[in-house]
Design a protein around this ligand. Structure first.
Ligand code: ATP
Ligand code: MG
Length: 400
């Protein structure tokens, strides 16, 4: 069976009326970027998109689009001219896949009401044709083993048999920008991709404390950014913050059981500053309610106090199992579980407070000039851009 196009059905963006095309073009742009290197042609219109795949393997193309937000589902299709003969010829190619004894059904959608056969007519024509040219084949309209879909549209007729679920959500770039706190663990990459799914572009911030943290730990975060960028078709810029001075100062000046709280507060202050610098309107992290001492409600309250910027926690109430499943699906899991410690693990207090008191933390922090250290850390941020080539934005003005 040779397919020539992939049919892309849109997700939630179909709820948009006025500015629909802005969402459509954003999605088309993402698909084109994700498919760089493939010999394909992506065309998107108001209701759906078609990707001409030439000699490419349709399932490899679909695989590249699995994490592109805004796609409801995808089908490899055969595009044929609008004639009964062409339909009959093509339906037989689908019929070859039906095994002896299996039941089938022809399902017809007729968007072009002017086609000379109506829905029932096409069904009869093709069902009858298959039956008379094959043996041991029966129709089952309720519960068929094999469903051949036929769509009669204005421009052509499309035939397919499978629909593969896409990521859903909204096209990236239509929801503003946020800064993701990326630790190298399992959770934060998932949190980032989750927010991107709602159309929000992200940049990432990672705190490292050399020589206490190894270069491998930082490389691991870069690798995560590579994977996330590859999966989403969007280049995520990573800001690596030198955190050693702050981390060791906290270690010296703040009591052990409050040091984690202080560490998080300082990280959040830096994240807020950087988010503002890059035009972000929110911070995203991988926190999960009750997972560890720094993620209790009281901890969040005390940590969050340093910022008025929204802190998005998409994984807040999920089960760890489900987060792991999502990480595996996003292909970040294998990298996340590599055994390199990040700065928090190394300076982890023996008994962090699960109910850190805000006033106590503030009291200890007030005695230290964190402001200048924060400023210095921001000045010395190192930037990493993903290690894969993505062409510059194309000019779509001719199509708008
Ligand atoms: P993760 O699996 O994402 O590391 P976790 O369950 O290990 O999460 P913590 O280590 O407590 O949880 O971190 C909570 C969140 O704080 C992380 O999800 C991440 O967003 C942020 N964070 C922690 N450490 C760092 C770091 N070194 N750099 C940037 N962000 C960090
Ligand atoms: Mg962690």
């Amino acid at each position: 069976m040779k397919f020539d196009h992939i049919l892309i059905r849109y997700g939630e963006l179909t709820l948009k009326t006025k500015n629909r095309m802005m969402f459509v073009y954003a999605l088309r742009d993402r698909m084109r970027k994700a498919l760089k290197g493939f010999d394909v042609d992506v065309k998107a219109n108001r209701d759906r998109a078609y990707i001409e795949i030439n000699e490419e393997d349709p399932h490899q193309v679909i695989d590249k689009l699995m994490n592109i937000s805004g796609i409801l589902s995808m089908s490899p299709v055969v595009k044929i001219e609008k004639s009964d003969e062409a339909m009959k010829e093509t339906v037989m190619k689908f019929a070859e896949n039906i095994k002896a004894g299996e039941t089938f059904k022809i399902e017809v959608k007729r968007a072009d009401k002017n086609y000379h056969l109506d829905t029932f007519g096409v069904q009869q024509l093709l069902g009858g044709h298959v039956m008379s040219h094959t043996e041991h084949m029966t129709v089952d309209v309720k519960n068929p083993d094999y469903k051949i879909m036929v769509e009669v549209r204005q421009d052509a007729i499309y035939m397919y048999y499978e629909s593969i679920k896409g990521l859903g959500g909204l096209p990236l770039g239509t929801g503003g920008k946020a800064l993701l706190m990326l630790s190298g663990g399992i959770d934060s990459p998932v949190a980032g991709i989750d927010v991107m799914k709602r159309g929000v572009e992200i940049e990432a911030i990672h705190f490292h404390s050399p020589p206490y943290t190894s270069p491998q730990a930082t490389d691991k975060v870069k690798k995560l950014v590579d994977i996330m960028s590859d999966r989403t078709g969007f280049d995520i810029k990573l800001h690596i913050v030198p955190f050693t001075e702050l981390q060791t100062t906290i270690y010296d000046k703040v009591p052990d059981n409050l040091s984690m709280t202080s560490t998080r507060r300082i990280m959040l202050r830096i994240a807020e500053q950087l988010a503002k610098n890059v035009g972000g309107e929110a911070i995203v992290n991988g926190e999960n309610l009750g997972q560890v001492a720094s993620q209790t409600l009281t901890s969040m309250y005390t940590i969050n106090e340093v910022t008025s910027m929204p802190v998005l926690r998409p994984l807040l109430t999920l089960e760890k199992n489900d987060i792991v499943k999502m990480a595996k699906k996003m292909r970040t899991y294998e990298t996340s579980i590599l055994p390199f410690e990040d700065c928090c693990t190394i300076f982890k207090p023996k008994a962090p407070k699960t109910k850190p008191n805000l006033e106590s933390v503030k009291k200890f922090e007030n005695g230290v000039d964190f402001d200048s250290m924060i400023e210095k850390a921001i000045e010395n941020i190192e930037i990493y851009t993903p290690n894969h080539k993505v062409e510059a934005e194309e000019d779509f003005s001719d199509l708008l």
